[in-house]
Unconditional design. Structure first.
Length: 277
């Protein structure tokens, strides 16, 4: 199971039929979809950690509909660029992989260009990882795990992806090989402003700043901006996959529910960092 290690002792995991096992004998069953649950009970802060099944389903529908396709294309381009630069097998770690939508775009592009790779993705939401595993992506393995105790071999990753997920800088640096690249996606100032115009009486821009993180050196930034039109159920799906879903006043949610069509700018900033040694 490329990249992953035992969450109990840190030993390398190998396939053992319907399970994976470390040299010390710790064993973890493989679900029928192909993923492995490496989240220890002691690391669970709720009965069902991470995004709910309903939120995951909404996000999966929206993303599969192509609403964020420009972001997936840019992420795939960045990974292909790193693969060509390395010249060997690129090890990709997606920390907070969700349903594997962006991983699907990356795998497709690397395969199209004939670039060798291995991808390991994890998320704390079992519902999300189940959908990621169902994609049956080539050279990819998925697990349920936390970014703050990542069951990943130290120095395994050439690139760590963090797409709108909790930032665990120390763990990301540990997982990266010397000189490895962190790609951290954050929203642009105007991202989803059309949605916020409906939800709030005083809509606000997203803060935009370049943050320095210990153990990393900034290596640039790319950004992708577009406008999308969302209709019908996709409006509710988009709303459900945002943090605004949990903190919007009832009247704002009601206004959105009455809409049949929504237009909004979208934008991602891909902040690039290199591991400092």
């Amino acid at each position: 199971m490329s990249g992953f290690v035992c969450p109990v002792c840190g030993g390398r995991l190998t396939d053992a039929g319907s399970a994976v096992r470390c040299p010390a004998g710790h064993s973890f069953d493989r679900a029928k979809e192909g993923y492995v649950n490496l989240l220890l009970v002691s690391r669970m802060h709720s009965k069902i950690p991470g995004d709910s099944k309903e939120m995951v389903a909404a996000r999966n529908r929206f993303l599969n509909g192509g609403g964020y396709a420009p972001f997936a294309a840019e992420l795939a381009r960045l990974c292909a660029e790193l693969a060509r630069k390395k010249g060997g097998v690129l090890h990709i770690l997606d920390a907070g992989c969700g349903e594997g939508y962006y991983d699907g775009a990356i795998c497709a592009e690397l395969e199209r260009q004939g670039l060798p790779f291995r991808l390991a993705g994890f998320d704390i939401s079992k519902a999300a990882v189940r959908l990621a595993a169902k994609r049956k992506l080539p050279n990819a393995a998925f697990a349920v795990a936390s970014s703050f105790a990542a069951p990943v071999e130290s120095g395994w990753a050439d690139v760590v992806l963090n797409i709108f997920s909790p930032f665990a800088g120390e763990e990301f640096r540990r997982c990266l090989a010397p000189g490895g690249r962190l790609i951290y996606a954050v929203p642009t100032a105007e991202h989803l402003m059309g949605l916020k115009d409906v939800l709030y009486d005083e809509p606000y821009e997203n803060p935009c700043q370049q943050v320095d993180y210990p153990g990393f050196s900034p290596a640039g930034e790319t950004r992708v901006e577009d406008r999308i039109t969302v209709e019908g159920q996709a409006i509710g799906d988009l709303f459900a996959m945002t943090p605004y879903y949990w903190k919007t006043p009832a009247e704002g949610s009601a206004r959105l529910a009455r809409l049949e069509r929504l237009e909004t700018p979208i934008g991602f900033r891909f902040l690039l960092y290199d591991r400092q040694d």
